[in-house]
Each structure stands twice: as structure tokens, then as C-alpha cells.
Design a protein around this ligand. Sequence first.
Ligand SMILES: NC(=O)c1ccc[n+]([C@@H]2O[C@H](COP(=O)([O-])OP(=O)(O)OC[C@H]3O[C@@H](n4cnc5c(N)ncnc54)[C@H](OP(=O)(O)O)[C@@H]3O)[C@@H](O)[C@H]2O)c1
Length: 315
Amino acid sequence: MGMSDLYGPADEAESIATIHAALDAGITLLDTGDFYGMGHNELLLREALRGRDREQVVLSVKFGALRGPDRSFGGVDGRPAAVRNFLAYSLRRLGTDHVDVYRLARVDPAVPIEETVGAIAGMVEAGFVRHVGLSEAGADTIRRAHAEHPIADLQIEYSLLSRGIEAEILPTCRELRIAVTAYGVLSRGLLSGHWSKDRALTPADIRSHSPRFGGENLDRNLSLVEALRAVADAKGSTVAQLALGWVLSRGEDIVPLVGARRRERLAEALPALELDLTADDLAAIERAVPPGAAAGDRYNEAQMAMLDSERPPAN
Ligand SMILES: NC(=O)c1ccc[n+]([C@@H]2O[C@H](COP(=O)([O-])OP(=O)(O)OC[C@H]3O[C@@H](n4cnc5c(N)ncnc54)[C@H](OP(=O)(O)O)[C@@H]3O)[C@@H](O)[C@H]2O)c1
């Protein structure tokens, strides 16, 4: 995402070099959205995958978010006709004949999830999609979607600072044997150990509208990061590695996405796979950043309202 949109300027050559470095290191899962830079991210992946073995890569693609020429966001479209249309364009931009996991980015309140998932299932039958996924869906929606067609995985924010899925969503996924792709594992950089109060944010950077990145909330959140840094120092790791290692420790069914945009960041992230966190380490990490410690919601009010995962359960 950050290679094409929402996190300020990115360097295209460095983005492609980072994807190559990831593939060379054995990373197989590449996540994108057709709306990341209005097609830019898919074209970037196409370029990065030129000359590579398509079968070695799992392409996870999100669709449905509507954009304007001024880069604005204008809701979501999960209608079956839209599903087929979005997919046709994505396949062309990606230069492939199939997507491995296809998912609606945000549940469309105007379209029953059965209809959207049913349309993706039709694309599975036709051979254009391998697996159906979900993004930011709540427990009820997950059950309804899974009853329509088996769901392979749910993509959702999960980190030391965002543990909301632990109450109901994660148990539901585990009951139904649905995997989780965790995003925002570094809380969009806040939890990376590289963030500071004087980092300038352009208005196009979504973090400039994020409740966690401003004012007193930022002070509070950065103090949590400093507590985590003490644990990382004692372990001989970095804050980012600890934050990634913690998510990796939560279960083999949880796959963390890494939002590295540069090779240097990727090189820092990868050793998290080898990090051996003991029960004492995990306890120290959770003392530094206890559940619910983050100051501020994970999105601003308008974006929170679009999250099916944040809706109170239906009675
Ligand atoms: N389904 C959804 O609703 C949804 C929403 C958001 C994202 N996603 C997916 O999840 C992916 C990751 O999300 P994210 O980018 O927000 O997550 P993230 O990994 O929490 O944050 C990435 C940010 O952390 C910074 N960072 C600092 N040290 C890093 C390190 N060692 N390794 C990696 N990053 C480091 C990066 O910094 P620099 O500024 O230095 O590059 C980048 O700005 C996205 O690319 C997208 O595919 C899905």
C-alpha cells in the first residue's frame, strides 16, 4: 500500500527492489488493492514480477473501494456486477490469469455479504480466483460469508496496539478454520521504533488524520514504544522485530504483513522470523504494552464507521 499511496511519496525503483529482495528471501505472499494508487500498485507488482515464476507467489488482492480523480475515497461497491468488473481490470493490470485470494476491502452495507461472496465464488468456479478472503469483517459477517462459500482468510489489523480481534473475531476464525492476515503489525510505523514527534506528515498521508498520531495520544503511544525499546534492547533485537515477533507468536494461523517500502526496512523485519520469544519475553512485552494501552482509535471517526469489524454484535 505504502509503495503507491497514503504514506507520502515512495520511490518506484526502490519499491521494486524491495519486492525483489522479499521474493529472494523466500517471501511468497504479496498483498495489494486495486485502489492503492488507483491501479498503480497492481502495475508495480506486475513490473516486479516480470520474469518471476507466477506460481511461486500468492497474490492477495482487495477491491471495492471507490476513488475519485482527486485521489478521494467515495465509499465501497460490493455488487456482483462490480466484482466481475473490478476483477477483469485487476487481472489485466497484474498481467496474470488468476488472483490467489480475492476480497472486498470493506463490507458494503448496501449489499448482503452472501451476494458479494457468491460473485467471487463464481469467479473461483470460472478459474479466475483461487480463494475467497474477507477484510475487516466482524464475526456475524464472517459466519454468513463462510456459509456461502469457504473463506480462506480474513485480513484485519492486529498488533500490540490493536488487539480488538481477540475477543470475538479471532475465536470465530479459529472455530471456522479461517486464517488471519494481520496488517498494521507495526501500527503503520508508530510501533516501529523509528517514529518521532517531529516527523512531518503531508495531508495526503493518512497518518496525519489518525487519532493515534497526534497530540497527547502520540506522546502516550510513543511512551509505550520506549517501554518496548527497553525490552528489545535487553533481547538484542529492535522494536520492530519485537512487534513482529509478538504477532508471529500468536499462532501459526496468523500471517503478518510487513509494510516495508525500502530494502533497509525489509532487512530489519525479516530476522523477526528467527526471533525466539520465551514466555518471559512475551510477558515483558505485554507489560510494556498491555492490552488496551493504545491512546486513540485505530482509524478516524469516518473510517471507523466503515468497519464492519468494529460494529457491536447483532443480537
Ligand atoms: N485490509 C485493510 O484494510 C488494510 C489496511 C491497511 C493496510 N493493509 C495491508 O497491509 C500492508 C501493511 O500495512 P501497513 O503498511 O500499514 O503496516 P505496517 O507494517 O504496520 O507499517 C508500515 C510502516 O512502518 C514503517 N516501518 C518502520 N520500520 C519498519 C520495518 N522494519 N519494516 C517495515 N516497516 C517499517 C514503514 O516505514 P517507512 O515510512 O520508513 O517506509 C511504513 O511506513 C499494506 O501494504 C496493505 O497491503 C490492509
